[in-house]
Design a protein around this ligand. Sequence first.
Ligand SMILES: C[S@@+](CC[C@H](N)C(=O)[O-])C[C@H]1O[C@@H](n2cnc3c(N)ncnc32)[C@H](O)[C@@H]1O
Length: 188
Amino acid sequence: MSSTARRYFEDLYASMPDPWGFETRWYEQRKYALTVAALPEAHYGSAFEPGCSIGVLSALLASRCDQLLATDIVPSALRRASDRVRSPHVRFEERAIPEQWPDELFDLVVLSEIAYYFDAGVLGQLVSLVAGSTLPGGTVVAVHWRGETDYPLSGDAAHEILDSSPLLDRVAHHTETDFVLDLWERAR
Ligand SMILES: C[S@@+](CC[C@H](N)C(=O)[O-])C[C@H]1O[C@@H](n2cnc3c(N)ncnc32)[C@H](O)[C@@H]1O
């Protein structure tokens, strides 16, 4: 299996609208707060958040950028995200990555709890897409759960693959028992 199947996520959202408790769990709220606090720029021109789910992090990102593209593969999650964040500066689109990676340039790319759903080969492709669509000097941030999962990669392994890109210079690294948060600057 190279990417976690769309069906897995569709079934999760069909059984509960917020499967990970993004709206309610203090763990998630604190992790989101740390993620946006770690961003080195006060404001970004154009940001991309693949795998945006129901848009809880998207709402925080929307206030830090002029334009936000947030994507997911599950339409019901995207509907909740659009209901939450109503702004002409935010686009929610149904897109599968890596196949439907947008042909745009961003100065911020946010990979929050998404990279470990791919195997090392596909994540390697994704890292090239991330680096290729981030403007020189732009920011890439990744944050992932470090505990046991049945996903193709662990959070730590996913971050090691991201960090192996010669186009991404790591500028911050934060680990806790439960999650890892890394920031990279796109090489100039
Ligand atoms: C654990 S949630 C992360 C949500 C959000 N990034 C956050 O941190 O709040 C993972 C999301 O990625 C989406 N996803 C999984 N595989 C995907 C793919 N290949 N392309 C786009 N989205 C995908 C799932 O539908 C799910 O909504």
